[in-house]
Write a protein that binds this ligand. Structure first.
Ligand SMILES: *Cc1c(COP(=O)(O)O)cnc(C)c1O
Length: 221
């Protein structure tokens, strides 16, 4: 087994059943993704539209592509034909554009809403009020080609694990608070939280999907 194959195998041994591993492969060459593919791994996360499209075109078609980075509305059209899950929907405007492009492709695209939980400005996401107002609006209920499957959050980049835990907990609380809300395009099942440095904590706090890059593929420096 290669290092990458060992890392994935080890992670699968550690994470509880019911938590899905997404391998974050941004900046990593296709050959390295294929190493993971060879042992049956299929879920890859990418941050940049052009890089994702290039990899989609070159790699096997049964790969499940997750978009996890900041998505500009004018680029949605490039990934709408094939993306499996968009984790990083950070505005109503973006969600509406995904709905439009999804409709053009005859699809329903699964989305997670990225919620701002960190104590630093560099992270993006909707704030809680914006989220609650959006799902309550008539305009939201009209979107037929997206399905909101859950929430995503990124914690503050810090060694203070108490703060990170508190942030993950706040996302889980919002998830529970809105879980009973039902619409034909809304059914909360997933919480995408946790990366290489904090996934064990995220899992303790209720994560169902972890996005792990450097612990699988090595650092990106
Ligand atoms: C890069 C990235 C990750 C993976 O980060 P690692 O620390 O390398 O595991 C996860 N989520 C998002 C949104 C990212 O941009």
């Amino acid at each position: 087994m290669t290092e990458i194959q060992k890392n994935i195998t080890k992670l699968h041994e550690c994470i509880p059943a019911g938590v899905k591993l997404v391998a974050v492969s941004k900046f990593k060459p296709k050959e390295l993704l294929l190493e993971a593919y060879e042992i049956g791994f299929r879920a890859f996360g990418e941050n940049y539209v052009q890089e994702l499209v290039d990899k989609y075109e070159a790699l096997p078609k049964d790969i499940e592509w997750h978009f996890i980075g900041h998505l500009q509305t004018n680029k949605v059209k490039y990934i709408a034909p094939f993306v499996s899950l968009i984790h990083s929907v950070d505005s109503f405007k973006l969600l509406k554009e995904i709905d439009k492009q999804s409709s053009k492709n005859g699809r329903v695209i699964d989305c997670l809403l990225q919620i701002y939980i960190a104590k630093e400005d560099s992270k993006s996401g909707m704030d809680k009020t914006e989220y609650l107002q959006m799902i309550d609006s008539e305009e939201f209920k009209l979107l037929k080609n997206i399905k909101v499957k859950g929430l995503m959050g990124m914690s503050t980049f810090t060694d203070n694990m108490d703060l990170v835990r508190e942030e993950f907990r706040s996302l889980k609380e919002l998830f529970e608070q809105t879980r009973s809300f039902h619409a034909s395009n809304f059914s909360l099942e997933e919480i995408s939280m946790g990366m290489s440095g904090d996934w064990p904590l995220a899992v303790e706090e209720g994560s169902t999907m972890i996005r792990v890059g450097s612990s699988i593929f090595g650092s990106r420096s």
